[in-house]
Every structure is written in structure tokens, then in C-alpha cells.
Design a protein around this ligand. Structure first.
Ligand code: KG4
Ligand code: ZN
Length: 362
């Protein structure tokens, strides 16, 4: 089965071609620079940029995969959640291709797709030094982006952690999951971005805090760990942000000292990472799974990756982190999930279906 997948839920325009578990191509055009000037994603600008980029991105994905539009067996797109005007661009374009080619169409839940992104391995990782496998089946040229390996799938606790969401999900089996907890206010990525803004760092501040924290002292300042010992699997990050705001109001001189800024970054990051890791590990123990996975933009954070790795090793859990190029939003994960669903006999989405911007993962 060959599937074209499109993702435009926020500020990344992405298209991918997936065939039999292989990601033949994955093209992502990020709008980060466009929105940086405004300190956050501007929905109207995001939609206009998706409109501008969707055709070239889709053409590039088909070209890199060596696939003609006539060869597609199905089309998939993110249906929700996301920014309404942004979602509309990719969803309607994908429906139009499906309509014109008389092919099945599948609308995909963005977070459900994140659950499976840690199972996608890039080609280099999978092939090692053996480059001979780069020639695709049926004579098609493929970019060798990677493939989804579900042969080792096992029940897992999945942490989805991005600028818009923080979720803990029990994935009991393929295509079967239950949300255990989510953030009650700000997402973890939002906390990175907003506390970074308070320190005068450019948007999005997450990667910059990660970079500065590497040479900072995580114990220099003691910030709260919200809901750390709360029995629920929920998160809350707005109190941490407020605490940083008041701390900086009372100690404004810290921002004039480069080492203090690095210490602040390391201390804020340590608070966020400790809560994320502790609650993820506790959920894994409580639910009797042996595997932990993580995805979403914040999963790029090096301290989070290191700490999850250390704790999983110590406690004997298998850890699957989405590769950094698949942590942020991408169409490859949409295509991989769509293929699993269609192969499992799940019915296509009717072409008169609309986007669901507020779709909550259950
Ligand atoms: O998944 P994503 O691209 O978009 C959505 O929010 O859906 O995630 C973006 C978020 C931003 O908040 C950004 O600051 C954060 O991920 N982020 C990071 C890092 N890289 C991206 N946060 C901490 N450390 C990083 N290295
Ligand atoms: Zn996402």
C-alpha cells in the first residue's frame, strides 16, 4: 500500500510517502522563523504559509519517493487537534486528492500519530553501513528515510510533550490506547518558551534553554516541581512559570550575568524534566508495562533524553525515544499510522468530514 500523508496542524508544513511500513520520503517546511518575530504562532500567518508551501512540499515528497500520484493507494491527513485554519489547508488538499483519484482517505488524530513515531527508525540507524538496500522494491527510487518497526512492539507508557500538549498515554497494544493524564494548564514546551521569554531568549526558547543549560548548574536555583507527588497522572506547569516570573522580578540583576542565565536555564529545565520523568516512570510501574516511549518537540531536549535513558536503564525498562527529526510535527507519523489503520480494516473517513480542531485523545 502506498500512502501520501499531509500534516499542517500548527507551524510545520509536511508531506510524506509511506509504503508497507517504509517511509519513502518525509519533507518538512518549518515556519519557526516566520513566527519568531511575534513570539508565538500566529494562526492567520500559519495558514497562509501552509497554502504557499503545501504544493512544493507535496511535490518534493512524491519526487523523493519516486512515486507518481497515480500510484497512490490512499491519502491521509491530520484531522485534529490543531489550529483550525492551519488544519483546513492540509486536510482539504488531501481530501481533494482522494476525491480526484477515487482513493480512500483517512483523517488522523495528531496525538495518536505521535504515539507511534518512536517506532520509526531512520535509514542510517536501520541499515548501518549497508547501503545496498537503498534501492527500493518495484524499481522505485526511495530516499531511504526510514521505516516503522512494529515487530518488537510491546505495551508501553508514552509521553507526548510539545508546545501545545503534555500527555501520558498507556498504549496497551497497537491501535489501542488510553490517556492517563494531561496538563491542566500550560504544556511543558510552553513553560520552556514562556520562562525563556522572561529571560529575554528568542522564540521558541526551548532549544536555547537546552543549549545554555548544558553549561549551567541545575541546582543553582530551586524552582517548584508542580504535581510531582500528586497521585494523578496529570501535569501543571503554569505555577512554575509564575514562580520564575516573581523570582526574576525580585532578582533582575541575574539576567545581566551570563553564568547566572545559564544556571537559571539549567534549574528551570531540571524542574520540568524531573516532573516529566518521575510521572512517566511511575505510570510505567503502575501499569505493569516494560517499555517507555516519548515524542513531541520537547523530546529533543537533551536533559530529558538523558534522564529518561538513565532511569529506564536503572529500572529495567526498554526506552524508545522518537528520533530528533521525528520529535516535532511530521507527516511520516501520520502516514505510518494511517497505513496501520487501513491494514487493520479501519474504515476510511468520508470525504464530507470536517476538521476537528478540539479533538481530545481519549
Ligand atoms: O512538537 P512541536 O514542534 O510543536 C507543537 O507544539 O506541536 O514542539 C515545539 C515545542 C516548543 O515549545 C519548543 O520550545 C520545544 O518544543 N522544544 C524544546 C526543544 N526543542 C524543541 N524544548 C526543550 N528543549 C529542546 N531541545
Ligand atoms: Zn505534535
Amino acid at each position: 500500500m502506498t500512502i501520501l500523508a499531509i500534516e499542517t496542524s500548527c507551524d510545520e508544513t509536511s508531506a510524506a510517502v509511506v509504503r508497507n511500513g517504509e517511509v519513502l520520503s518525509s519533507v518538512i517546511s518549518s515556519q519557526i522563523k516566520l513566527h519568531a518575530e511575534y513570539g508565538g504562532v500566529v494562526p492567520e500567518l500559519a495558514a497562509r504559509e501552509h497554502l504557499r508551501n503545501l504544493m512544493p512540499v507535496t511535490q518534493a515528497a512524491l519526487h523523493e519517493a519516486g512515486v507518481q500520484i497515480e500510484q497512490l493507494d490512499a491519502v491521509a491527513a491530520t484531522q485534529g487537534p490543531g489550529l483550525p485554519t492551519a488544519l483546513l489547508v492540509g486536510f482539504k488538499a488531501a481530501q481533494a486528492v482522494a476525491f480526484a483519484r477515487h482513493k480512500p482517505f483517512l483523517g488522523i488524530h495528531h496525538h495518536e500519530a505521535h504515539l507511534y513515531s518512536p517506532w520509526i527508525r531512520s535509514a542510517e540507524h536501520r541499515l548501518g553501513s549497508d547501503a545496498t538496500d537503498q534501492t527500493g522494491r518495484d524499481g522505485a527510487r526511495r530516499s531511504g528515510f526510514g521505516s516503522a518497526d512494529f515487530s518488537h512492539f510491546q505495551p508501553n507508557i508514552s509521553l507526548i510533550v510539545s508546545g501545545g500538549h503534555t500527555l501520558l498515554v498507556l498504549v496497551a497494544s497497537e491501535l489501542k490506547h488510553r490517556v492517563l493524564g494531561s496538563t491542566m494548564d500550560d504544556a511543558a514546551g510552553e513553560c520552556f518558551d514562556k520562562t525563556g521569554k522572561l529571560m529575554g531568549l528568542p522564540y521558541p526558547a526551548g532549544p536555547e534553554i537546552d543549549r545554555l543549560a548544558e553549561s549551567g548548574n541545575p541546582k543553582a536555583f530551586d524552582f517548584p516541581r508542580p504535581l510531582l507527588n500528586d497521585p494523578s497522572d496529570d501535569f501543571s506547569f503554569s505555577g512554575l512559570k509564575t514562580s520564575v516570573r516573581y523570582f526574576l522580578r525580585d532578582h533582575p540583576d541575574l539576567l545581566n550575568n551570563a553564568q547566572s542565565v545559564r544556571d537559571l536555564c539549567a534549574s528551570i529545565q531540571a524542574a520540568i524534566v524531573e516532573v516529566l520523568v518521575a510521572k512517566t516512570m511511575r505510570a510505567a510501574r503502575r501499569n505493569g508495562v516494560r517499555c517507555v516511549t516519548a515524542s513531541g518537540g520537547v523530546t529533543c531536549n537533551r536533559a530529558l533524553r538523558r534522564e529518561l535513558a538513565r532511569r529506564c536503564k536503572k529500572e529495567g525498562f526498554e526506552l524508545r525515544l522518537a528520533e530528533t527529526n521525528l520529535c516535532t510535527d511530521n507527516a511520516a507519523m501520520i502516514g505510518i499510522l494511517a497505513e496501520r489503520k487501513l491494514s487493520a480494516g479501519i474504515q476510511p473517513t468520508l470525504l464530507d468530514q470536517e476538521i476537528t480542531p478540539g479533538w481530545v485523545l481519549a
